[in-house]
Design a protein around this ligand. Sequence first.
Ligand code: CTP
Ligand code: ZN
Length: 148
Amino acid sequence: MLKTDNMLDGLNVDKITSGYVIDHIKAGYGMSIYKHLRLDELDCSIALIQNVKSSKYGRKDIIKIQGLIDIDMDMLGYIDPNITVITVKNHEVRGKQTLKLPVKLTDVVKCKNPRCITSNETSLSHEFRLTDRTKKVYRCVYCEQENK
Ligand code: CTP
Ligand code: ZN
């Protein structure tokens, strides 16, 4: 098995031993996913690969995380349901998970309605539910405010 990955436009990025590969990220969104998942706060090695050629997407970003951390799949599915999360254990691909828009979002986005109970009760979690899958509309479960 080749140790390095030769599919990355000439960039050499090692294969990982154990962890996750977040693949098929729309080009340009890798950094925003990195920030949303708070990967900078982790004590593990991470590669953010940007703007490489992909047969399916033209261009894509990839994030490789060396370490089996907890990944917020709802957050990822909300940002981009076309993402694939590949689990690697003992150097081998052990699973590929495709994402979809989650039906419920808990503490992924905040309600912007100043009169919403969540604006005053800071201990409450911000809950949204998917009300229109094709238009990607989510509404706050407390005040029905649409998330835009
Ligand atoms: N990968 C990795 N470390 C490993 C195994 C795989 O970083 N130990 C990465 C590969 O570099 C690739 C992704 O995980 O980006 C998926 O691996 P694999 O299924 O072997 O690649 P492909 O067959 O190219 O997958 P696909 O065609 O679905 O994109
Ligand atoms: Zn609300």
